[in-house]
Design a protein around this ligand. Structure first.
Ligand code: TUI
Length: 332
C-alpha cells in the first residue's frame, strides 16, 4: 500500500505503533517493523543509556525502519536526542511537549504528536516531516479535541502529511482516518494487547475485557490529563480531584503507576493507560496478524463497498449504500 507516509518512512503499510512509555520496548518495535508497519521504542521517563541499549537490540531483530518516541517531559530528553542521532535512528516521534529544538537534527525524520492545529502549524514551520494528530480518545497523556474533529482541521492547516491517532484499532478506523485526509494511522491500545508486547498478562486481559465506557481521565484539574482504564486508582484519583486535593496528594496516587501496571500486573493500583477503543479489542493477535487484518479489512470491505455502491451517477446508489450499511451484520 502506498501513501505519502509509506514513501517518507520507507515502510510497507501506513500503520505506526504508538511509542508508549514502559510498554513499547524493542520486542514490540521489531515485531511491528518486521510486519511492515513502523515500530517505535517508547523512551518515556527512561535514561538515555536504556534507550541506547534498546536501539542496539532492535537493530539485531530487524533491518526495517523503526523509530524512537521521546517523551519531552523526560529530564534526559536532550541526551536521548543525542543517542538517536549517534545511532542513526531513522524516525523520531515526540509527545507531551514542544519539540522545536530537536527538529532537523542530522537527517533524522521528526514527527511530533500534536493535539491542536496551532502546534501542528508551528511544527511545520520548524521543519517537521509529518505530524501525528492525536485525539482525546487516545490512551495516556491527551489533548481535548476528538480525532474526528482534530484530524481534518490539522489536514487543512498544514501541507505536511498527517497521521491520525486516537480511537483507531481496526479496518473501519483506518478507513475513516484516510477519509478524514490522514495518510497513515498510529495505533496504541490494540498493540498493547498483541502477543509480542511484553506487558503483564493482567494488563492485556484488562484491555480485552474492557467495555466502551471503561476508560477515565485523571488529572484534568492539574493540567496533565491522562486516560487510563477505570480501576481503584482512577476512582480514588477522581474522587480526590473532586474534593480539591493538592497536587502532591494526587501525584502520590499515580507515582510509579505505569510500572505497577506493566511490570507487576497490578490492575488495582496501576496506571492502565489505554484509549477509548479498548472495548473493541477482543483477543491477542500477533503484530503481523493485526496489521494484516487492519489492511485487508480496509481493502476488502471498504474499497469494495465504495466501488460497488458509491457510483453517484447511478440514481439508486444512495439507497444501496443505506441498505448495505443496515444489512451488513459482519460490521457489528
Ligand atoms: O505523549 C503522549 N502520550 C503519553 S506520554 C505518557 S508518559 C506520562 N506518564 C505519566 C504522566 C504523563 C505522561 C503517556 N502518554 N501523547 C502525545 C501527546 N502530546 N498528546 C498530547 C500531547 C501534547 C500536549 C501538549 C503535545 C504538546 C503539548 O503542548 C506543547 C506546548 O508546549 O505548547
Amino acid at each position: 500500500m502506498k501513501t505519502e507516509i509509506t514513501e517518507l518512512l520507507n515502510i510497507e503499510y501506513p500503520i505506526i505503533q504508538g511509542g508508549m512509555a514502559w510498554v513499547a520496548d524493542y520486542h514490540l518495535a521489531a515485531a511491528v517493523s518486521n510486519a511492515g508497519g513502523l515500530g517505535l521504542i517508547g523512551s518515556g521517563g527512561a535514561p538515555a543509556s536504556w534507550v541506547k541499549d534498546q536501539i542496539r537490540e532492535v537493530k539485531k531483530l530487524t533491518d526495517k525502519p523503526f523509530g524512537v518516541n521521546i517523551m519531552l517531559m523526560n529530564p534526559e530528553a536532550d541526551e536521548i536526542a543525542k543517542v538517536i542521532v549517534e545511532e542513526k535512528v531513522p524516525v523520531v516521534t515526540t509527545g507531551a511537549g514542544n519539540p522545536a529544538k530537536y527538529i532537523k537534527e542530522a537527517g533524522v525524520k521528526v514527527i511530533p504528536v500534536v493535539a491542536s492545529c496551532a502546534l501542528a502549524k508551528m511544527m511545520e514551520r520548524c521543519g517537521a516531516d509529518a505530524v501525528v494528530a492525536e485525539g482525546t480518545e487516545a490512551g495516556g497523556h491527551i489533548g481535548e479535541i476528538t480525532t474526528m474533529s482534530l484530524v481534518p482541521q490539522v489536514v487543512d492547516a498544514v501541507n505536511i502529511p498527517v497521521i491520525a491517532a486516537g480511537g483507531i484499532a481496526d479496518g473501519r478506523g483506518f478507513a475513516a482516518a484516510l477519509m478524514l485526509g490522514a495518510k497513515a494511522v498510529q495505533m496504541g491500545t490494540h498493540f498493547v494487547a498483541t502477543k509480542e508486547c511484553n506487558v503483564h498478562e493482567n494488563y492485556k486481559e484488562k484491555i480485552i475485557k474492557a467495555k466502551d465506557i471503561d476508560s477515565k481521565v485523571t488529572g484534568r484539574s492539574t493540567g496533565h490529563p491522562v486516560r487510563v482504564l477505570r480501576n481503584q486508582m482512577s476512582n480514588e484519583y477522581i474522587k480526590k480531584e473532586q474534593e480539591g486535593a493538592t497536587l502532591e496528594e494526587l501525584e502520590l496516587l499515580t507515582l510509579g503507576g505505569l510500572r505497577k501496571a506493566v511490570v507487576e500486573g497490578n490492575v488495582k493500583e496501576g496506571s492502565l493507560m489505554a484509549g477509548q477503543i479498548a472495548g473493541l479489542v477482543k483477543k491477542q493477535y500477533t503484530c503481523k496478524e493485526l496489521i494484516e487484518k487492519v489492511v485487508t479489512d480496509y481493502r476488502d470491505k471498504y474499497t469494495v463497498f465504495c466501488d460497488k455502491y458509491c457510483a453517484w451517477e447511478d440514481g439508486t446508489a444512495a439507497k444501496k449504500v443505506v441498505e448495505a450499511v443496515f444489512s451488513d451484520k459482519s460490521n457489528k
